[in-house]
Design a binder for this molecule. Structure first.
Ligand code: SF4
Length: 69
């Protein structure tokens, strides 16, 4: 198992790691702890902008549904 190097600093992971939402958990196993890590849009955003994206931005680049903002 390999984890994203940002797993301890990622706002999305911090906010949703305890989530029971299946889609959310799926993203974490695919991206944060899985084979699609290199495709994470959050990583790309951080690399491009030099700052982390909103906590509610998913690894796919979409916004978390129902985040209320
Ligand atoms: S969402 Fe992306 S940046 Fe955050 S821990 Fe997962 S793979 Fe890493």
């Amino acid at each position: 198992m390999f984890e994203c190097e940002l797993i301890n600093r990622c706002g999305f992971f911090a906010k949703y790691q305890e989530s029971k939402d299946l889609a959310c958990r799926g993203f974490m196993s695919l991206y944060c702890r899985g084979p699609q890590q290199a495709d994470c849009k959050r990583l790309q955003y951080r690399a491009e902008h030099g700052v982390p994206p909103d906590d509610d931005m998913l690894p796919t680049g979409q916004k978390m549904a129902g985040s209320g903002s």
